[in-house]
Design a protein around this ligand. Structure first.
Ligand code: FES
Length: 84
């Protein structure tokens, strides 16, 4: 599974460094390093979509994630996606 986090300036201001740190932690905690490829991307041209959060793309779908929603996002779209 490919997970790409936007590190463009707008997403950076909304907390992308915190989102990346937390995802790295959750991936390690669940021992998913072999199954998830985490990477960063410049602006994904989705600044408006991520109006309240950071754009995070899981496979081909872009989500808006904030530092406070990253745990539920991980559960639903990363663990949920791996299970499906
Ligand atoms: S800065 Fe993240 S989508 Fe534009």
């Amino acid at each position: 599974m490919n997970v790409t986090i936007c590190v463009g300036s707008s997403c950076h201001l909304k907390g992308s460094p915190k989102v990346i740190k937390r995802l790295e932690y959750l991936i390690a905690q669940h021992h998913l390093e072999d199954q998830i490829e985490l990477s960063g991307s410049f602006c994904m041209d989705q600044c408006s979509l991520g109006s309240s959060g950071v754009c995070v793309q899981v496979d081909h779908v872009v989500h808006s994630v904030t530092p406070s929603t990253v745990d539920s996002f991980f559960q639903e779209y990363i663990l949920g996606g791996l299970a499906s």
